[in-house]
Each structure stands twice: as C-alpha cells, then as structure tokens.
Design a binder for this molecule. Structure first.
Ligand SMILES: C[C@@](CO)(OP(=O)(O)O)[C@H](O)COP(=O)(O)OP(=O)(O)OC[C@H]1O[C@@H](n2ccc(N)nc2=O)[C@H](O)[C@@H]1O
Ligand SMILES: Nc1ncnc2c1ncn2[C@@H]1O[C@H](COP(=O)(O)OP(=O)(O)O)[C@@H](O)[C@H]1O
Length: 280
C-alpha cells in the first residue's frame, strides 16, 4: 500500500514568551498559520518490520534521528502491529528555518498512517502522540490557523484572518531552536491574561499585531535578518517578521502576484531563498 501526502510549512504571526518552566521548556502564546510551501511525503506499508526514511539530497536520512521515523514508530506501537514502513521525503521546506518542517513531517506521518491503517485514533489522540515528538507537532494535526498556548500544544481556533500573501526569505542560515530558547534572557515574566487579544481582521490589523520575542536572540546573532526585514518593507510589505526561532523572515503583501513580483526583483540581487506563499 502506498500513499502521497503534502506536508506544509508554518509561520508564527506572533510569538510571546511568557516564562521558563523548570524542565527548560517555555510558556508561550502564539498565533500560527500554515502556508502552501510543502514537502511531499510518500509512505509505503508492507508486510515485515522496520521503519526506513530517505530524504534525497539532504543529510536527514538517518532513520532513528528523523522525526518522521519516530512518528511512524509511535503509530506502530499504538496500533500494536508489526509492519514495514518506508517513508520518502521530498524536502522543499528549508531545514532549521523556523518553518516547522520536521514537525509538519511528523504530523503528516501520524495522520497519514492513521488513515492508511484504518486506525481512526481521532484528532485528540493524534495530537497527544504529536506532543511526544515536539511542541509544534499538534498544531499541524490541528490543521487550521491557531492560537497556541502552554508550550505550544494547547490550541484554539483563530477565526478571522485577512486574505494576504507572504514572501518568505531565508538567507541560507540554519538556526537551532534549542540554542535560541537557551540564549533568551527573560527580563520579566508575562501573564497570558495581560496580552493584547490577537484579534485580526484587516491586513493593517495583522501587520500591527506582528511580534516575536525570539527576534531578540536571533537578530542579535544575525543582524542580516533585521536588514532583510527592512528590505521587505522598502519593497512594499506592509509588515515583516521573523518566523519562530528563525532564520526565515516574512513580509506581508496584499496579494500573491505582488509577493511574486518582489521575489523576482530581489532574486536578481541576492542569493537567498525566496518563497512567495499563500496562507492555508
Ligand atoms: C520556536 C517554534 C515556534 O513555533 O518553532 P520553530 O522555530 O522550531 O519552527 C517552536 O516553539 C519550537 O517548537 P519545536 O521545534 O516543535 O520544539 P521541540 O522540538 O519540542 O523543542 C526544541 C527545543 O526548543 C525548546 N522549546 C520548545 C518549545 C517550547 N515551548 N519551549 C522550549 O524551550 C526545547 O527545550 C528544545 O530544546
Ligand atoms: N523530517 C525532518 N525534516 C526536517 N528536519 C528534521 C527532520 N527530522 C529531523 N530533523 C531535524 O530537526 C531539526 C529542526 O528542523 P526543522 O523542523 O526543519 O526546523 P525548525 O525547528 O526551525 O522549524 C533539524 O536540525 C533537523 O536535523
């Protein structure tokens, strides 16, 4: 049995760090949205045993370390079945870019195998399994724009978001999420109740709400990212922000054609990665 799935990236429209827990994880409040830059994942299931993952052209194909392999093993354990699973990932989302590619791959494998094996574990159980793999995995199972709290695993619907397009820019810098959180100096603890409500209807509302506490760490280490944010504004973005722990920066544009036009112009000048995308 063989199936193909899309595994999309995400961006963080806002990311507030409220405090550090004793286990080192951070209490967050984030607005998150998936975008239509996707990896392609092929899952094959046959008789036998063992989970294998390949990822052409990237050093991500060590089975045990790949989060997609961990996801497959979790589903097999949950279903108490022994099967051979082969996963091939066509990577289009840059790795360690703040776009959640690994978390998305894990969620795609959890939900994909659930379907292929007819397990019907349900969204809630799949999100619990996802949380065992990484804080961002449940968001991809949730599958809609979300307000994420706790360590990022408690999700509520974000009902209205404006119809915009984004231009994602990555200057080929890989950033370790663990390093960013560890390097963050928390000046004062925040209270969820004191945060401004993320109520965004128009494009201007969205641009006014853009905020990322992790920029303090990543932009200081890589000042180029602040320059890219400024460049996007100069090229007509109504707002710009770093996504997650970075290094991808995005600009907000009125429509997809405009985001594509700016990407083409910048491509002539800079050897960075450019992805005009639409929200999902
Ligand atoms: C920053 C964010 C924003 O969406 O995304 P990315 O930049 O990774 O895409 C997430 O919080 C990343 O989530 P994810 O990448 O799934 O985190 P995990 O694998 O669970 O943990 C990676 C590292 O980040 C730290 N971490 C993660 C989540 C959290 N609430 N507090 C943390 O301190 C963990 O301690 C660990 O060292
Ligand atoms: N299937 C996968 N796709 C991407 N990264 C993976 C995968 N499996 C394991 N990783 C590891 O996870 C780390 C985080 O990658 P990724 O999820 O792309 O970035 P981010 O956490 O910035 O959103 C990388 O260092 C990478 O080696």
């Amino acid at each position: 049995m063989e199936r193909h799935f899309n595994s999309p990236a995400k961006i963080n429209l806002c990311l507030h760090v409220l405090g550090r827990r004793l286990d080192g994880y951070h209490e967050l409040a984030m607005a998150m949205q998936r975008v239509d830059l996707s990896d392609r994942i092929r899952i094959q299931v046959s008789d036998g045993s063992g989970v294998r993952v390949s990822c052409a052209g990237l050093r991500l194909d060590v089975d045990e370390e790949n989060i997609a392999a961990k996801a497959a093993k979790l589903v097999l354990a949950e279903s108490r079945r022994e099967l051979a699973i082969t996963i091939s990932i066509e990577k289009n989302i840059p790795v360690a870019a703040g776009l959640g590619g690994g978390s998305s791959n894990a969620a795609t494998v959890l939900a994909g195998l659930d379907k292929m094996l007819g397990l019907e574990l349900g969204q809630r159980r799949l999100m619990e399994l996802g949380a065992q793999l990484g804080a961002d995995v449940p968001f991809f199972i949730y599958g809609a724009p979300a307000w994420a709290t706790g360590t990022g695993t408690q999700l509520d619907a974000l009902p209205s978001l404006p119809d915009v397009a984004y231009l994602l820019v990555n200057p080929k810098i890989a950033v370790s999420t663990a390093w960013v959180y560890q390097s963050l100096e928390l000046t004062k603890g925040g209270e969820l109740a004191n945060l401004p409500r993320f109520s965004v209807v128009t494009r201007d509302d969205l641009c006014a709400a853009l905020h990322n506490d992790l920029e303090r760490v990543t932009l200081q280490r890589y000042p180029l990212l602040a320059e890219i944010k400024q460049l996007l504004l100069e090229y007509g973005a109504c707002g710009s922000l770093m996504s997650g722990s970075g290094a991808t920066v995005f600009g907000v544009f009125a429509d997809y054609a405009e985001a594509c036009r700016v990407a083409e112009e910048l491509k002539r000048k800079q050897d960075w990665l450019f992805y005009p995308v639409k929200p999902l």
